[in-house]
Design a binder for this molecule. Structure first.
Ligand SMILES: *Cc1c(COP(=O)(O)O)cnc(C)c1O
Length: 386
């Protein structure tokens, strides 16, 4: 619950770093070494080995990520999905039950729906904006409540404070996927979440060139996740650690630019006659606007919108824009657009998509760090042509 005392920009550059630098190096070098020399008197648990995620590249990142979210501990993972599935397999046992927010990242939803049962786990999905419905989902064997800070692709902001209160009241582990908000806009530990996780592939690294993830939160829980990771055998390789570390240093300037551009673009789209709906937490039309205003320092770079012309118009729009790249994933320096029905939610049946509110004509935008006016002009020209 500790609020930070120095700005996140300073923490991004200096927190967790080894100082003085090794051999005077200002940037942390890549430790391309699977194992490390034994030190007199060390035991089995002190062994440094790349699979154990304890090389300097790993430990510096872990220390920095923990500070960024005002949390006790962190560990980097090979992907966001590795962070998610390792949390489940380290903190849940056969027979346990999880309450999930209903509009989840496609991979998480898919995993819970299709793989939980084989591991003896069960789950229910709730509308995270309606806490009065959560008690119905509660069972004696419920162990965890799992939400996202901003959902994909409808960018809803759940009643996150009540999630924490509910978890405490019923002795559940509270877990939040904080990928879309990033630590610049929201630090879940500050309102009491036990664990936060990221697809570091997105905003944390920010350059669309590696896949990685992170689990951040209470030391005891992060320790269990890290131990399970060493059993499962996936640890982020040193070069990917280096790139994530490098990307992180500019997280503050990138995310603030993305916040600013996304808000301007969302306002532009909301006023455009060809657009029937814009989902962005920074708009007062968004159901989570008040909560986002209270809890977040910015509304993020993610939005989605619906065209009056439906799926066909959405496809024409994708062809007409010139700045954004039509590609899945998000959070990079370049703007990206996708149709979630064809990408992140393609693993779901049409019925399941309809259940979570993802229509086939929905366009999701990940706003990059290009010039704001250039982006708006490009969207305006593309909309005029569809
Ligand atoms: C991309 C993403 C994931 C999965 O992350 P990977 O790094 O692709 O494994 C999980 N949650 C959210 C919100 C994401 O956007």
């Amino acid at each position: 619950m500790t609020k930070r005392e120095i700005s996140i920009d300073t923490q991004l550059i200096h927190s967790g770093e080894i100082r003085p630098g090794i051999e005077g190096a200002v940037a942390l070098p890549i430790f391309q070494s699977a194992n490390f020399e034994s030190v007199e008197g060390e035991g089995y648990h002190d062994i440094k080995y790349m699979r154990l995620s304890n090389s300097p590249n790993h430990t510096v990142l872990a220390a920095k990520l923990a500070v960024l979210e005002s949390a006790e501990a962190a560990v980097v993972t090979t992907s966001g999905m590795a962070a998610i599935t390792t949390i489940f397999h380290s903190l849940l046992s056969a027979g346990d039950h999880v309450i999930f927010q209903d509009c989840l990242y496609g991979g998480t939803y898919d995993y819970a729906r299709r793989e939980f049962e084989r591991h003896g786990l069960s789950c229910d999905f709730v509308d995270a904006e309606r806490p009065e419905t959560w008690t119905e989902a509660l069972r004696p064997e419920t162990r965890m409540i799992y939400v996202e800070s901003i959902t994909n692709p409808l960018v809803q902001v759940a009643d996150l404070e009540t999630v924490v209160a509910f978890a405490r009241e019923h002795d559940l582990i509270s877990v939040i996927d904080n990928t879309f908000a990033s630590p610049v806009n929201f630090r879940p530990a500050e309102i009491g979440f036990d664990l936060s996780l990221h697809s570091g592939t997105k905003f944390l690294n920010g350059h669309s060139d590696i896949v990685c993830g992170a689990v951040i939160g209470r030391a005891e829980l992060v320790g269990r996740v890290k131990k399970m990771m060493s059993f499962l055998g996936g640890s982020l390789d040193a070069h990917a650690c280096f790139l994530l570390h490098r990307g992180l240093k500019t997280l503050g300037v990138r995310v603030r630019q993305q916040n600013e551009s996304a808000l301007a673009l969302a306002r532009f789209l909301e006023a455009h006659p060809a657009v029937t709906r814009v989902n962005y937490p920074g708009l007062s039309s968004n159901s989570g606007h008040e909560r986002a205003t209270k809890l977040f320092d910015g509304f993020g770079g993610m939005m989605s919108f619906q065209l009056a012309g439906g799926e066909a118009a959405a496809k024409r729009f994708e062809e007409a824009v010139t700045i954004p790249i039509v590609a899945p994933s998000l959070g990079g320096v370049e703007s990206l657009i996708t149709r979630p029905a064809a990408t992140s939610h393609a693993g779901l049946t049409r019925e399941e998509r309809a259940e979570v509110g993802v229509s086939d004509g929905l366009i999701r935008v990940s706003v990059g760090i290009e010039g704001t006016a250039d982006l708006i002009a490009d969207f305006e020209a593309a909309l005029a042509g569809i």
